[in-house]
Design a protein around this ligand. Structure first.
Ligand code: WTA
Length: 650
């Protein structure tokens, strides 16, 4: 690997930073040597109705049990709203920037309190209680944040489903969570196009009913005013409902280990799993990482471009920033609408200081040309962040030099839905930066590299990334399936949390995430299980077998490459290819759109019938010179056919 240039901490970063290198070293040492004392102290950054006396009670062995602050009582919405009212009631909590650049609004903490309380009262009025699961399928509008906070206020557990998912995917999540209350909008609006959220919800509810989960109510926020179907008695208009309930609602006293939310995410096998996060530890970790990683100071305007349907939106649009009393910007649109200058225009318009986005957006905007950036001032910017996938040094350098004009540290933050918050990342005043490296672990995070046999690798090494001890933001279980939790994360390397990522540690102890080592692919920063796409493909009547792999894609990071065998008598054609792409979009959602489909009469299998994905990956990468050992194949001739019909010829 060619050496990348190291960027030293600039004096200006250090001067204002909350954490310098000395403090980082000290705190980090304390956090791993005495986690009880360290987190006992930092747990106090949130308000507790009853302080905890126990801090950490965790084991990664046997049944795997993770408890933090277990006898403390608190409430997330209280911490994100009420506790700020005295000091910053009139400060803007949420800046909303619509899809249309002329559409925006500002919501103060006092107004947020009013909205959240009313929303909570509507939920209560319709029988939603502590512990009930509420599904949220919303566009990026402030009501999505009100809905989340309203759930936390009364102790209901939210399960947000990204608005780009299909009715089938939504139904699967409603059924798994046994959720009978759904919050949605008439339509979403992105890049000038509408998304039929209510219609999708109606269809999902029918599918869920066939699986014996009956949705009792759908609360609908009016966003576009588009026409929607209506089931009297079941469907409720949000604006009617909130008008008739009080604007006060006492926050429920929640145990630190009471469930806070479920978020479904893709794994290497089976259906998406419901990652369960709980109340106290999650909030402490989200709030602390938000403050230190972004070097957040009171009064900063902070913008994370994620969607609340992903974990980044949970932790770094809503819970982290609001628990810190920040002004958080929520953006409904897309980076290139109406033009590729949109991000930079929004930054100038709202004087954004901290900007957090994904490598895929950076690469796309880099491709659009510097002129779209240079039109804007961007003088308000102070810290830049990225998340979701490895960032290639070219994109990093462009972000640093062109967007940040060499003035702003880039924090490349590695973490996962499962980790709740940022795990490996620079702290702006404490770490020299190397483009492409997430640098060093956050407080309390103990990464370890192991080889495929589980041997611990020391010093500079390349291996599989594990975390050896618990941190407060860690997921607690797979909803309804603790066994799957143990199997997925703690059985590959017994007694360690296995991330699924490959990683290199260099001679300076810096971590470089190299990407997933399992059958998960990362498309535009969205996690996709290859098994999910395969099962969508084989559900089409013409398909007998499918194998899906990732391949390097200039903008998306990884693209989706599908090998498809057809039923006897079916004939490959361009029309069928299009039909299969449309089918996968219908089954899962647009984010799972296959980029390439290769029809092949058969797939390479071992004599025991196992598909040899290693070979399929190589062919998809157009790198078949090094196919490795093919002697175990049942029929080696299959490979020649696959190579000659490959779709990614360079
Ligand atoms: C990948 C998103 C490299 C990684 C917060 C991880 C990254 C998966 C980075 C989790 C990064 C996330 N550098 N890879 N900075 N951040 N990833 O659950 O493969 O949607 O396992 O959480 O994204 O994706 P998830």
């Amino acid at each position: 690997m060619s050496e990348v240039q190291t960027h030293r901490v600039q004096p200006a970063w250090k001067k204002r930073a909350l954490i310098d290198d000395k403090t980082y070293q000290q705190w980090y040492a304390e956090s791993v040597e005495s986690p009880e004392a360290f987190w006992g102290e930092h747990g106090k950054r949130i308000d507790w109705f009853r302080p905890y006396t126990k801090v950490k009670n965790t084991t990664f062995s046997g049944d795997v049990s993770i408890k933090w602050f277990e006898d403390g009582l608190t409430n997330v919405s209280y911490n994100c709203v009420d506790r700020h009212l005295e000091k910053r009631g009139d400060q803007v909590a949420i800046i909303w920037e619509g899809d249309n650049p002329y559409d925006d609004k500002k919501i103060t903490y006092r107004e947020l309190h009013d909205h959240v309380c009313r929303f909570a009262n509507v939920l209560k009025k319709h029988g939603v209680k502590k512990g009930d699961r509420v599904t949220i399928y919303m566009p990026m509008i402030p009501e999505a944040a009100y809905a989340m906070l309203a759930c936390t206020r009364i102790g209901a557990v939210h399960s947000i489903v990204f608005g780009g998912f299909s009715p089938d995917s939504l139904a699967g999540r409603i059924v798994d969570a046994e959720s009978t209350f759904v919050i949605t909008a008439d339509e979403g609006l992105r890049g000038g196009r509408t998304i039929p959220l209510k219609e999708n919800t109606d269809r999902a509810i029918d599918i869920a009913a066939k699986n014996f989960v009956m949705v009792k109510n759908v609360l609908v926020v009016r966003r576009t005013g588009g026409k929607v179907g209506w089931a009297n008695g079941r469907d409720l208009w949000y604006h009617d409902e909130v008008a008739s309930v009080p604007a006060e609602c006492a926050p429920e006293q929640m145990n630190a280990e009471d469930p806070l939310f479920i978020l479904y995410t893709s794994g290497s096998t089976g259906k998406p799993k419901g990652v369960l996060h709980t109340t106290g530890g999650y909030l402490v970790f989200a709030s602390m990482t938000h403050q230190y990683v972004f070097d957040y100071h009171d009064g900063d305007i902070y913008w994370c471009t994620a969607d609340v349907g992903w974990v980044t939106g949970h932790s770094y649009i809503v819970y982290g920033p609001l628990s810190n009393g920040a002004t958080t910007l929520m953006f409904e649109g897309v980076p290139n609408y109406p033009s590729p200058s949109r991000f930079w225009e929004v930054i100038d318009k709202h004087q954004v200081n901290i900007f957090y986005t994904a490598p895929t957006a950076i690469r796309a905007l880099m491709g659009a040309g510097d002129q779209h950036v240079k039109k804007s001032s961007r003088q308000s910017l102070r810290t830049l962040g990225t998340v979701g996938e490895p960032i290639n040094p070219e994109a990093w350098n462009w972000y640093f030099n062109v967007v940040g004009e060499g003035r702003c540290p880039v924090v490349d933050t590695w973490w996962q839905t499962e980790t709740g918050g940022i795990m490996i990342s620079p702290l702006p005043g404490a770490m020299d930066l190397k483009p492409g490296s997430a640098t060093r672990p956050f407080f309390g995070v103990q990464p370890q590299l192991v080889d495929n046999e589980g041997n611990v690798l020391e010093g500079a090494a390349d291996g599989n990334l594990c975390i050896v001890d618990s941190w407060p933001g860690q997921m607690r279980t797979v909803y309804g399936d603790h066994e799957r939790f143990i199997q997925t994360y703690f059985s590959t390397y017994t007694g360690k949390y296995f991330t699924g990522d490959g990683c290199r540690r260099d001679e300076d102890g810096y971590y470089w995430i190299t990407g997933r080592v399992d059958d998960v692919i990362n498309v535009s920063g969205h996690r996709m299980g290859t098994a999910e796409v395969e099962s969508a493909l084989v559900s089409h009547p013409t398909v007998s077998e499918a194998a899906v792999v990732g391949y390097p894609h200039d903008i998306k990071g990884q693209g989706i490459y599908c090998y498809v065998s057809l039923m006897a008598g079916e004939v490959p054609s361009e029309d069928l290819r299009k039909e299969l792409v449309a089918h996968v979009r219908r089954e899962i959602g647009a984010i799972a759109s296959p980029d390439k489909i290769q029809f092949s009469p058969s797939l390479p299998k071992t004599r025991s019938g196992k598909i040899m994905r290693r070979i399929l990956r190589k062919i998809a990468e157009d790198d078949f010179g090094t196919l490795g050992d093919t002697s175990t194949l049942a029929d080696p001739a299959v490979v020649d056919d696959l190579i000659s019909n490959r779709q990614n010829k360079k």
